[in-house]
Design a protein around this ligand. Structure first.
Ligand code: PNS
Length: 167
């Protein structure tokens, strides 16, 4: 049984992420979407909110070819992979700017556990410019994010900014 992990901050999940989830589901029997809990990036959404949003999105997505599990994790990705008996890590590459960072992480993870390989999906052209960071920036100024994130995510992001502003 091929078990893959697609790790990330997913703050929030974008249409680019979803595209990779659908495509990666055709490669493995079981795909674990691993949501990093305590990212150094100071996430907008809590890991619980990010997990719940992804679960909702996945439940409404057609064309998935494997079973999908969404969980948060802390610590080293390679330890999480071992714990989940996964031997494939899935990552997306948008542009050459992603490559250097991704190569370093993939090589480090492979050194830490040679039984685990990282597989890269090149992001579909229509999503190559989409990032969670841009989505948050647009939403923070009240801009329209509906072209960049799954429909289930739109309101949650705006609500989160409202919540932050009311504190
Ligand atoms: O979506 P992101 O923020 O680019 O995802 C980055 C992620 C979660 C894949 C990466 O930060 C990660 O794996 N963090 C866990 C700690 C770890 O294992 N680091 C790699 C060894 S240098």
């Amino acid at each position: 049984m091929k078990i893959g992990i697609y790790p990330g901050s997913f703050d929030p999940i974008t249409l680019g992420h979803l595209d990779i989830i659908v495509r990666a589901s055709g490669l493995v029997d079981h795909l674990i979407i691993g949501v990093l809990k305590n990212s150094k990036k100071h996430p907008l959404l809590t890991s619980k909110e990010r997990v719940e949003l992804i679960q909702k999105v996945v439940a409404n997505t057609t064309g998935l070819k494997s079973t999908i599990e969404v969980v948060d994790f802390d610590g080293l990705l390679i330890d999480f992979a071992k714990q989940k008996k996964a031997n494939i890590i899935v990552r997306g590459l948008r542009a050459i700017t992603d490559f250097e960072y991704e190569l370093q992480i993939a090589q480090t993870n492979h050194k830490l556990n040679p039984a685990v390989d990282t597989i890269f999906f090149t992001t579909s052209v229509e999503y190559s410019y989409v990032s969670s960071t841009a989505v948050k920036e647009i939403a923070s100024f009240g801009g329209d994010i509906s072209e960049f994130v799954p429909k289930e995510v739109v309101t949650s992001v705006y609500d989160k900014f409202k919540e932050i502003r009311s504190i």
